[in-house]
Design a protein. Sequence first.
Length: 138
Amino acid sequence: MGQKWLLKSEPDVWSIDQQKKVGEKGATWDGVRNYQAAKNLKSMKKGDLCFFYHSNIGKEIVGIVEVIEEFYLDKTDKSGRFVAVTVKFKKKLLKPITLENIKKNKKLCHLSLIKQSRLSVMPIDSKSWKILNNMGKI
């Protein structure tokens, strides 16, 4: 069924609504300049699902996107060291899952979202994916 991920974006830079508007062609997920996050981008496969997380403003999971193109060189990186992927909108959550509520769930305390709060691209294990789906009423 593919690996699951979480992608963080500041909603005033790129929001779930902007992602939805670009439709089936998807949008480039670029600008990642952390080596661990870049390694995670390189591990993504076509068809993988990702939670879309609004960081800084809101601090909540707001939707799901799907990887439609695996990693390629990030055109915004002049050094040529970093990569991007293309993702398309799948769904917006009826009930966003706040970071506060994620932290309250003891079964989710191991997530990078909590342990490595600065990381912008992170894997989500299948048990946590199911828990978060239930929390978001998916």
